[in-house]
Write a protein that binds this ligand. Structure first.
Ligand SMILES: C[S@@+](CC[C@H](N)C(=O)[O-])C[C@H]1O[C@@H](n2cnc3c(N)ncnc32)[C@H](O)[C@@H]1O
Length: 407
């Protein structure tokens, strides 16, 4: 679909600045996209395999590759905090906060094209009022809680370096890092100088700010992003018409994850799923939980529109089978048709009860003022209800219970 071609001056200025940093841009440009802020569109017809952008390592802001004028290592090295508490996410947020507080103008043109704090207040659940956070789906609530804990840890670590009046600025930059960084494998001699903690750091903390490439919006399929010691390259995944939006994929994320981490949900998402933990865990007593935990089956009960996930199957069986029978099932996976019918019955009751509760939730949400938060909550609950509906139909629960309506 053709998109709005309007690009205002600040985006042109930033694009020129990015080119001065060595960024190569081919056949694409930033453009306003309704509902998605700024995105990248094709400036002409694009062919599969073309390189659309290249960002040299020296133009990235990573803890090991940033241009010397950024002096990020100066900020990280004298840290008087235990190494185990240092995350790259926190270090980058602190770096951006300190530079902004110092009135450093060198990042000004880039900063000018970032979303505002007000944008985050509207889109990022971490910034929502508790009354809206309470209305998130259970998997999104769990993700939000983990994110809030991560933020608090980073804030505790970096607080001594940040002027007290700048907490809001730290939070803003933490969200900038959260929503605008890409995965970066540390390379080269700079990496050797890094602290051991940062070199060993887990994959999802290997973050880098990447000028211009951070304009790309996400889709479940998108252009290839490759990361070599020389920098980042974006390669066209298919043909595009002039004016069409060009995406990259941020990963195989479901919509609860996208909402918490990036503040949006996709209408079409082949990776979408929900979890039934909030429905199944309360049905398990202490002993059942222990048995499941000992066999690595406690939690993470995924439901998508397709089949019944094996972990869910195992947990449902443990919720009402004698333990000896359950262990035998784990070893052989054998069961009779009657046993299977009972399992399906249990699941059907659990899913239809959940579907009824979602209908109630949607009725209540629809009575509220149509704010951005309300609208995205409605969308996510409707998607969850639809996954349940399709799942129920596809898994022939109707066959197991001829007397019940499943649609
Ligand atoms: C890396 S930035 C992409 C550029 C951003 N749209 C901008 O205006 O600067 C990531 C942010 O873009 C938005 N975004 C990315 N993909 C999107 C999509 N498919 N639909 C809606 N918003 C999207 C979200 O706000 C997300 O946090």
């Amino acid at each position: 679909m053709a998109q709005d071609t309007d690009t205002d001056k600040k985006h042109e200025d930033f694009t020129s600045w990015a080119k001065d940093q060595g960024v190569l841009i081919n056949g694409i440009r930033p453009s306003k996209i309704p509902g998605r802020g700024i995105g990248i569109v094709a400036d002409r017809a694009l062919k599969e395999g073309e390189q659309l952008a290249f960002v040299p390592a020296k133009a990235l802001i990573a803890i090991d590759t940033a241009p010397t004028w950024l002096k990020i290592n100066e900020l990280v090295k004298p840290l008087d905090v235990p190494e185990k508490d240092v995350t790259v996410h926190g270090a980058l947020a602190a770096y951006l906060t300190v530079r902004a507080e110092e009135g450093d103008e060198r990042l000004e043109l880039w900063r000018a094209v970032w979303p505002s704090f007000e944008d985050f207040r509207e889109s990022m659940p971490m910034m929502w009022a508790p009354e809206y956070q309470e209305l998130l789906t259970p998997p999104a609530k769990d993700l939000l809680q983990a994110q809030a804990e991560k933020y608090q840890k980073d804030w505790q670590t970096w607080q001594p370096m940040i002027p007290s009046e700048a907490e809001e600025s730290f939070q803003y930059h933490w969200l900038i890092v959260n929503t605008r960084t890409f995965f970066w494998k540390h390379h080269g001699s700079g990496a050797k100088k890094l602290s051991k903690k940062i070199r060993r750091t887990c994959n999802d903390d290997r973050m880098v700010l990447c000028p211009f490439v951070d304009y790309f919006n996400h889709s479940d399929e998108g252009c290839t992003v490759s990361n070599t010691p020389k920098g980042f390259a974006i390669t066209c995944n298919r043909t595009y018409e002039a004016g069409e939006e060009v995406y990259v994929s941020y990963g195989q994320h479901d919509n609860d994850f996208l909402l918490i981490e990036y503040g949006f949900v996709l209408d079409e998402n082949k990776w979408d799923k929900t979890k039934l933990d909030s429905r199944i865990l309360p049905t398990l007593d202490k002993r059942m939980r222990r048995d499941l935990e000992e066999n690595s089956f406690l939690g993470d009960y995924i439901l998508d529109a397709k089949e019944i996930d094996y972990r869910t199957q195992v947990a449902i069986r443990r919720s009402f089978w004698p333990v000896a029978r359950w262990r035998q099932y784990l070893a052989t996976e054998d069961e009779t048709e009657v046993e299977l019918a009972y399992v399906k019955a249990r699941l059907w009751v659990l899913l239809t009860k959940y579907a009824d509760e979602i209908s109630e939730m949607l009725a209540n949400l629809n009575k509220r003022k149509p704010t951005a938060q309300r609208n995205i909550l409605v969308k996510r609950w409707e998607q969850t209800a639809e996954m349940l509906r399709v799942h129920i139909v596809r898994n022939s629960y109707r066959g197991a219970f001829p007397n019940h309506q499943t649609t």
